[in-house]
Design a protein around this ligand. Structure first.
Ligand code: ZN
Length: 255
C-alpha cells in the first residue's frame, strides 16, 4: 500500500521548480505592488539616508535639540561644511548627538526616504520625538536591510526612550556597547557608554554602572588615540563617577 505514495524522482524536481516559479511570481507581484523595491533585493548594503538624534535628556542645548529627528541624504552629508546643526552647540562640553546612517527598507522609513528625495535639498524632513519612536517601532526586522540597520535602530531607540521608558533605553545601550564591531558604528560607542552609565546610576544600578565605566576604560585606554575616542572631558566625567561609586559601594555592601 505504502509504495503507491512514493513519487518518482522526476516529480520531486518538477514540484521544486514549480515552487521556485511561484516564489519568483510572488516577488514580482510584490515589486509591482510597490511593497518591495526592486533595489532592496539587489542592493543590500549602503546608506540611503541619515538621521540626527540626541538623547531625550534635558541637558541637551537648544541648538542640538532643535535638530533632533532631522533627516539628510548622503549627498547632503557628503558636502564639505555639512553639519546637522543650524548653529553652534551652546555647551562648553558639546552635547551628545549622533548622525546615524540607515538603509531604511521598512515601510515607515521608505516613506521618509521618498519624501526626502523629493524635497531635499530644499526642505529635508524632521520628525517629532513621537514620530521617531514610531519609526523604530516599525517592521524593520522583517526587512532585507535588518542587519544593516540593526545597530543604528537600537541607538535611535536608546536615545528616544531615555525619559519615557528608561528600561528599554538601558537594554538598547547594552546591545550597542556589546555589539559594535564595524568601523562605521564606532561613533556610537562613547555616547552609548556615557548614557548607559548615566541611566544605570539613575536606576540605582551602581554595580553595573561601575562595571560599565571599567569596560569603557579598557576599551579606550588613556594612552591610546583613535577615531571616535572620548574627549578629555568625557573621560573625566566618568572618572569622577567611578571615584564616587568606589566610595559608595563598600558602604552599601557592608550595610
Ligand atoms: Zn548642544
Amino acid at each position: 500500500m505504502l509504495e503507491e505514495w512514493v513519487f518518482p524522482d522526476v516529480t520531486c524536481y518538477l514540484v521544486a521548480i514549480l515552487g521556485l516559479l511561484v516564489v519568483w511570481q510572488y516577488y514580482q507581484m510584490q515589486i509591482m505592488a510597490g511593497r518591495i523595491l526592486a533595489i532592496d533585493i539587489f542592493d543590500r548594503s549602503g546608506i540611503r539616508m541619515y538621521i540626527y538624534v540626541t538623547p531625550s535628556d534635558d541637558h541637551i542645548c537648544e541648538v542640538c535639540a532643535a535638530s533632533n529627528g532631522c533627516f539628510f541624504l548622503p549627498s547632503q552629508v557628503a558636502k564639505k561644511k555639512f553639519s546637522p546643526l543650524t548653529g553652534e552647540c551652546q555647551r562648553p562640553i558639546p552635547c551628545i548627538g549622533v548622525l546615524i546612517g540607515l538603509y531604511g527598507a521598512w515601510l515607515e522609513a521608505r516613506g521618509v526616504l521618498e519624501y526626502l528625495r523629493k524635497n531635499a535639498p530644499n526642505g529635508g524632513i524632521q520628525l517629532s520625538s513621537e514620530e521617531v519612536r514610531a519609526l523604530v517601532n516599525g517592521q524593520w526586522e522583517r526587512c532585507i536591510s535588518a542587519d544593516t540597520d540593526r545597530l543604528g535602530i537600537h541607538m535611535i531607540e536608546a536615545f528616544s526612550y531615555e525619559q519615557i521608558n528608561p528600561e528599554v533605553s538601558i537594554e538598547a545601550y547594552r546591545y550597542v556597547v556589546n555589539e559594535v564591531k564595524e568601523v562605521r558604528h564606532l561613533m556610537f560607542l562613547v555616547p552609548a557608554y556615557l548614557r548607559l552609565t548615566q541611566l544605570l546610576l539613575r536606576a540605582g544600578e551602581e554595580a553595573e554602572a561601575l562595571e560599565t565605566i571599567e569596560r569603557f576604560e579598557n576599551r579606550f585606554p588613556p594612552t591610546k588615540r583613535g577615531p571616535h575616542f572620548p574627549s578629555y572631558e568625557q573621560r573625566e566625567s566618568l572618572k569622577t563617577k567611578k571615584t564616587q561609586l568606589l566610595n559608595d559601594l563598600p558602604l552599601q555592601m557592608s550595610a
